[in-house]
Design a protein around this ligand. Structure first.
Ligand code: AFP
Length: 314
């Protein structure tokens, strides 16, 4: 059901979800997550940029902001009353918030992806992956919703519950109002985002990138997964990659917190997301810290990456 006919500024997030026929408890959960972002925004604007003196599962030093954003989101999910289990990028393990799984959701999230960019005032974001029931380590295709909040010059929220991808902006009342419905990604890219050290690219990836450059694709890479993917979705064209590298066959990005939610959103916007051989959303997570190479965005460019990797480009 479309919201056509209403001025977009009248449509806030809760109303949009309801008018799209989303189940009440999922509307409640998505709105609770959106509400938590208000407190994360405040911590970014005013919080301590120092280190927390702790490290996460990946051995990465946690910033005070990482820990604060994680606490804000986890607490909100607990109090939502509709969440069974949560898996945070900042926590060592899955946290069980309720043994009652029926009618509940499980959430994998990165509370502040790209947090090391805050001290140089670059855009960062919160990434959310939502499943029904108690299981979180499921193939991404089983997600019932995915969303991100991007803390940039403007604060925006993008979500999908499997019925298109929709963008909201935060207004002066700190309320999310509709900017655009049913965002679409064109099959060909005009920008590319090459993550990872270039001197560790394999030959086929090096050749793939040269092909993109030869066709006039411009390099756009911020070091933040959320702003870089948001650029592809909102501009409607582009390809992001964090490939397998020499010595790092699985690349860097995490399947549960980063790749599955973004792959869900990009596929819903008519794009594609691949590990270089097949859809990210069909990968079965081997554990909470599972990583995967990623090629995501304009469908034809993702297919071209797979062709180069398979040696079919000769
Ligand atoms: P941090 O959260 O440690 O800043 O890493 C951000 C990230 O996971 C993702 O947001 C970026 O796309 C990617 O790392 C950038 O990695 P490189 O710094 O290796 O390019």
């Amino acid at each position: 059901m479309s919201t056509r006919g209403k001025t977009k500024f009248q449509i806030n997030l809760r109303r949009h979800l309801r008018e799209r026929g989303v189940k009440d408890d999922l509307v409640h959960l998505i709105c609770e997550i959106a509400e938590a972002s208000n407190y994360i925004i405040n911590s970014i604007r005013t919080g301590d940029l120092g280190v927390a003196g702790t490290s996460n599962l990946y051995g990465e030093e946690q910033l005070a902001l990482d820990v604060l954003a994680d606490r804000i989101m986890t607490k909100r999910l607990l109090h939502s009353g509709v969440v069974g289990n949560v898996l945070s990028e900042e926590a060592d393990d899955i946290i069980c918030l309720s043994t009652e799984c029926g009618g509940r959701y499980s959430v994998a999230f990165d509370p502040l992806d790209g947090s090391s960019l805050v001290d140089v005032n670059l855009a960062v974001g919160t990434i959310i992956s939502i499943f029904e029931g108690c299981n979180i380590l499921l193939p991404g295709r089983q997600q019932v919703a995915a969303m991100y909040i991007l803390y940039g010059p403007r604060t925006t929220l993008v979500y999908s519950t499997g019925d298109g991808v929709h963008e909201f902006g935060m207004n002066q009342l700190m309320e999310y109002t509709l900017i655009k419905e049913n965002l679409q990604i064109k099959p060909q890219a005009n920008i590319y985002s090459p993550g990872g050290l270039r001197n560790l690219f394999t030959t086929e990836i090096e050749r793939y990138v040269r092909d993109l450059e030869k066709r006039g694709c411009k390099l756009r890479y911020s070091g933040g997964f959320v702003p870089d993917i948001n650029q592809v979705i909102v501009k409607g064209s582009g390809v992001f990659m964090y490939p397998h590298l020499q010595g790092h066959p699985n690349g860097k990005l995490r399947l549960s917190f980063e790749l599955n939610p973004m792959a869900f959103l990009v596929e819903q916007a008519g794009g594609a997301a691949s590990d270089g051989h097949g859809p990210i959303l069909d990968r079965i997570p081997q554990g909470k810290d599972d990583r995967s190479p990623i090629f995501i965005g304009s469908k034809e460019e993702v297919a071209l990456a797979e062709a180069y990797i398979a040696g079919l480009d000769q």
